[in-house]
Design a protein around this ligand. Structure first.
Ligand SMILES: Nc1ncnc2c1ncn2[C@@H]1O[C@H](COP(=O)(O)OP(=O)(O)O)[C@@H](O)[C@H]1O
Ligand SMILES: O=P(O)(O)O[C@H]1O[C@H](CO)[C@@H](O[C@H]2O[C@H](CO)[C@@H](O)[C@H](O)[C@H]2O)[C@H](O)[C@H]1O
Length: 460
């Protein structure tokens, strides 16, 4: 496949992380060709080399159709000539006949070329045959819903080693945790990550599709909309009060943390290990300040909070956690809250994402998310002191209900670790600031506002 063709196409895809940087396609490797449909489907790994010397590997599925297919016109990658035949090359994850071959592999298991399909429990729950739809809102990965009962997430940017989303889901399944969508299958592959460096890693995972569920973010937005519509009522007086949901979410979070501790153990950080944690936060802060000048004024006060963490007398208990926890990662089903996407922060290298960390990182992530949810609808309005006051109230009410629920389900009350929460919230807000500056510059003032508040807070 011509590198230029793939380069032009990849550069426009939502999941391609290298936008705005100088890069080129340095290699195209075919891992497997799935046959048995109207057109063969190739699973490819495309190596993107950046001018700064770094490299990334991306997964593509391409269906090689000898005839053009109008229904797939929007996902046409291009045309190629191979061995005297002209092929119309489409994004295979969007081609239902191509994904049917993928589904067969997930159901039956086995090896095709450099790709291994691993159904769990003999393929129970993986549909026999089902048409696929790509979930809209595709972000860093591409997710396909098969027949409304199973969802397959194809990882786009590949990393060698065990993918934490697969690892954590399967570990939680083992200990019987109910707050997740049941994992059904996963796929592994071997590819050349850099010239001569063959690695093994995960290509995707299938899990139960939570049908009829609402994303936590959407449910929270309904509540905030109610609140703003009744600007003279308090958060606990409007019809869409969210606090009982936040309480239940706190409970579900604590249960998952306890299950993760049971499944994968805990340890403690003290001394040098604590200093390493604080130094990582400090580095992120400095890198962010170089990118977002408005942060500069808060570097000194946030650094003091990180110093306090480094010098903390009490060790910090750590374990496997979610790692990128926010309202967009939880769904409310008829059976309670379920947690999704245990991949960790997409910006971190995979090995780092698998390191144990304090559960407070997740708690802080969700507390930050309540703040986001409260303020999001103010973003494109003229400043309104009354609504901002209501937003503060909503955020506070739901943050505290979440902590109450967390403690009620047997987790340690996060508010008893105020200094830790403060450092982790600051670190998350700094991460968000970088994320927003790169992806949604209009939203920068949400994390920046939090940084201002945190840097004035008393802890430390
Ligand atoms: N098991 C599931 N059931 C129903 N919807 C899901 C499920 N898993 C993911 N989703 C939907 O897909 C979206 C993206 O999933 P996620 O695992 O967070 O992928 P990404 O890593 O690309 O962000 C979620 O926000 C949710 O709307
Ligand atoms: O794509 P992921 O879900 O892995 O997470 C990334 O994108 C999130 C935005 O979609 C970002 O979350 C931030 O915005 C959310 C609202 O859109 C808010 O609820 C979160 O609290 C806030 O952090 C997340 O940080 C990023 O990793």
């Amino acid at each position: 496949m011509e590198p230029q063709l793939l380069q032009d196409w990849m550069g426009t895809q939502r999941w391609f992380a290298g936008k705005g940087r100088q890069w080129h396609v340095a290699g195209v490797e075919q891992l497997a060709e799935l046959r048995g449909g109207p057109a063969p489907v190739r699973l490819l790994v495309v190596r993107a080399d950046y001018d700064d010397g770094s490299t990334e590997a991306y997964q593509l599925a391409v269906s090689m159709r000898p005839e053009p297919n109008d229904a797939l016109g929007h996902v046409l990658i291009g045309e190629v000539d191979e061995d005297g035949t002209r092929y119309f090359v489409y994004d295979g994850f969007h081609d239902k006949e191509a994904t049917a071959l993928l589904l067969r592999g997930l159901k039956e298991g086995g090896t095709v070329g450099g790709v291994e399909f691993h159904p769990l429990s003999g393929g129970e729950g993986v549909p026999e045959t089902a048409s696929s739809n790509v979930l809209s809102g595709e972000q860093s990965n591409t997710s396909l819903v098969f027949g409304g009962t199973a969802i397959y997430k194809a990882f786009r940017k590949l990393a060698p080693g065990l993918n934490p989303d697969i690892e954590i889901h399967e570990a939680l399944l083992e200990v019987g945790a109910e707050e997740i969508a049941r994992p059904l299958a996963h796929v592994t592959g071997r590819w050349e990550q850099a010239p001569g460096e063959v690695v093994e890693g995960n290509l995707g995972m299938m899990q139960e599709f939570l049908s009829g569920a609402s994303l936590g973010w959407d449910a929270a937005q309904v509540s905030v909309r109610d609140l703003f519509a009744e600007g003279d009522l308090h958060a606990d007086e409007v019809g869409g009060d969210f606090a009982s949901e936040s309480f239940r979410l706190g409970e579900a979070t604590a249960r998952v943390h306890l299950a993760l501790a049971e499944a994968l153990g805990t340890t403690t950080l003290s001394g040098d290990a604590l200093r390493t944690l604080a130094t990582a936060m400090q580095h992120r802060l400095e890198a962010a300040a170089a990118d977002v000048p408005a942060l500069e004024a808060h570097v000194e006060s946030l650094s003091k909070k990180y110093d306090a963490l480094a010098e903390r007398d009490e060790p910090v208990v750590v374990q496997r956690i979610h790692g990128d926890y926010h309202l967009g990662q939880v769904m409310r089903t008829a059976y309670g809250w379920k947690l999704l996407d245990f991949e960790g922060e997409p910006a971190k290298p995979l090995a780092e994402r698998r390191l144990p960390d304090s559960v407070i990182r997740d708690v802080a992530g969700m507390l930050r998310s309540f703040d986001y949810a409260a303020r999001f609808q103010l973003m494109d309005r003229a400043r309104d002191g009354q609504l901002e006051y209501r937003a503060d109230e909503w955020a506070e009410r739901n943050r505290s209900a979440f902590c109450d629920g967390y403690a009620a389900a047997g987790g340690r009350d996060p508010r008893d670790d105020g200094d830790l929460i403060c450092a982790y919230e600051a670190d998350k807000a700094v991460y968000e600031l970088i994320y927003e500056a790169r992806n949604r510059p209009g939203w920068v003032r949400i994390p920046l506002g939090a940084i201002e508040r945190l840097s004035e807070a008393e802890h430390a």
